[in-house]
Design a protein around this ligand. Structure first.
Ligand SMILES: [Mn+2]
Length: 500
């Protein structure tokens, strides 16, 4: 397919003029941020001799403002996140490394469901966080070049434009975009790894890399490392940066939480008879209301199936007198929401359902209130508070914690998971970042106490087989929490009023 030259000129008229690139040694921060280049599609060269340009040359491997102004504002590389913010992230990441260290960040491989049937592509989270580049067959190389913030170099290996291949596989961004859109200091074809990478890492004081044994680039990169060098893990360097969200990240997470929360409230308005239908409704609602889609496979668990923490079959019938436990959230600009709600299928709680629900809700609200910097508490400390709170609430409902096995074990039977986890680019964000860290402004976490009552004689008869989990995504602020998912109603009166 080709597009007439006139169409190309029309596209050019609407785009921002490129500014003169500033080299790395000229980078300035805080008061005079590095000017970010904007992309101008390459014009057909006069030497080409014909008046059309391949469709692939006007397309990129991901939205850019010039082609997708309905998704990205000028200056943004991914929704809400500017090229300048990505630049600042790389600067802070490089600054955290030892002098002259190099970090290698391979792009995620495309994953296959069955031969030739691939899953939607998802970039590796640390590379995504540091570059916004969304393609496979890629490698970012970030080197600390000096002692000051901003003293670093950024090389990006990726696929060069290839009209013939892109006709089959869809567009990718190419080498010019690597420098002009993603602000790499230098771009290299991924096929040149073995000739170019050794020069980039030869004199490195240390090499940081995550090279899973099953990754397609690991076999290519390992032999190029200086002999005797064992790469150090990247996560401990990136996690402290990723864990504290910027204002732009919090805005994305709030947007995501607001729409996700509304979708759950919309679901609660209706009477559902099949888990599958509720699942389908939420998937549609997330996308239709402006999110990119669901963040994870939701749990839609009617009745006793709610006791299965990661039940995702979502194919049973919902009994009218039971509750349904839904754990579902959407994703926006790669930031996710994680929400759980439990509500009566009929719209009205039975007595025992309400008693157990309100017990969990009181503990959930109390734990959310603890998510402020001024409390100086970690997720682990809030978990202990949740256990204590649930034990007291359940005791007042007639649960016996004293007679066998000891109180501590019994609460772990009823509430077997942690009260929360970090949330951000990943649902279980910053893996490896401890839950003993005192929460600070910008930490985003879930608060999700639950009670799952086994169907046996150890427990009060009325509560046997019930399952309740209530979960919000919360951003920690200095004096209090910001509940990112407040639009998902959770008070008993509000849930019941939805059907009045
Ligand atoms: Mn969760």
């Amino acid at each position: 397919m080709s597009i007439p030259r006139a169409a190309l000129r029309q596209l050019e008229r609407h785009i921002v003029q490129p500014v003169k690139p500033i080299r790395s040694h000229q980078r300035l921060f805080a008061h005079s941020p590095r000017t970010i280049r904007t992309f101008l599609p390459s014009s057909p060269r006069s030497s080409r001799g014909y008046a059309t340009v391949s469709a692939a040359e006007l397309e990129f491997g991901q939205p850019v403002h010039e082609t997708h102004p309905h998704i990205l504002k000028a200056g943004e590389i991914t929704p809400g996140i500017t090229a300048q913010e990505y630049e600042n992230r790389r600067a802070r990441f490089a600054h955290s490394l030892p002098d002259n260290a190099v970090a290698l960040l391979p792009g995620a491989d495309l994953k296959f469901k069955s031969p030739d049937v691939f899953y939607p592509y998802r970039q590796e989270s640390n590379l995504l966080y540091l570059t916004g580049f969304l393609e496979q067959e890629s490698l970012a190389v970030i080197r600390k070049t000096g002692p000051s913030l901003g003293d670093y170099s950024f090389d990006l290996f990726c696929r060069p434009k290839d009209a013939e291949a892109e006709q089959w596989f869809g567009p990718w961004s190419g080498l010019q975009a690597a420098t002009d859109v993603f602000n790499a200091d230098a771009a290299h074809p991924i096929a040149s790894l073995s000739s170019v990478l050794p020069g980039l890492i030869r004199s490195a004081s240390a090499i940081y890399a995550t090279l899973p044994s099953d990754h397609s680039l690991t076999q290519a990169i390992q032999p190029l490392l200086p002999s005797g060098v064992r790469p150090l893990p990247i996560q401990p360097q990136v996690n402290p940066l990723r864990a504290i969200k910027s204002p732009a990240e919090i805005a994305n997470m709030r947007h995501c939480g607001r729409i996700s929360g509304r979708a759950l409230t919309s679901a609660m308005r209706r009477q559902w008879t099949q888990e599958k239908d509720l699942h389908t409704f939420l998937t549609y609602e997330f996308s239709q209301q402006g999110l990119d889609g669901p963040a994870y496979v939701p749990v839609i668990a009617g009745g006793h199936r709610g006791r299965l923490i990661h039940y995702v079959l979502n194919n049973a019938t919902l009994a009218p007198g039971s509750t349904v436990l839904v754990d579902a959230g959407g994703e926006y600009g790669f930031y996710v929401s994680d929400i759980s709600r439990t509500w009566p299928v009929s719209g009205k709680f039975s007595g025992p359902q309400r008693d157990l629900y309100e017990a969990v809700l009181r503990v959930q609200r109390a734990c959310v209130r603890l998510c402020s910097e001024s409390q100086n508490l970690s997720l682990d400390a809030i978990h202990r508070a949740a256990e204590t709170g649930l034990r007291e609430e359940l005791r007042s409902l007639g649960f016996n914690f004293g007679s066998f096995g000891g109180g501590g074990d019994k609460i772990k039977t009823l509430f077997p998971h942690h009260v929360g986890h970090y949330v951000g680019l990943d649902v279980h964000d910053v893996p490896g970042y401890g839950r003993g860290v005192p929460l600070r402004r910008g930490h985003c976490v879930t608060i999700e106490p639950g009670v799952y009552v086994p169907d046996d004689e150890r427990w009060p008869r009325h509560f046997r087989g019930l399952a309740v989990r209530i979960e919000d995504s919360v951003c920690v602020d200095e004096e209090g929490p910001v509940v990112l998912t407040a639009e998902a109603v959770k008070e008993v009166v509000d849930i019941e009023a939805l059907r009045d």
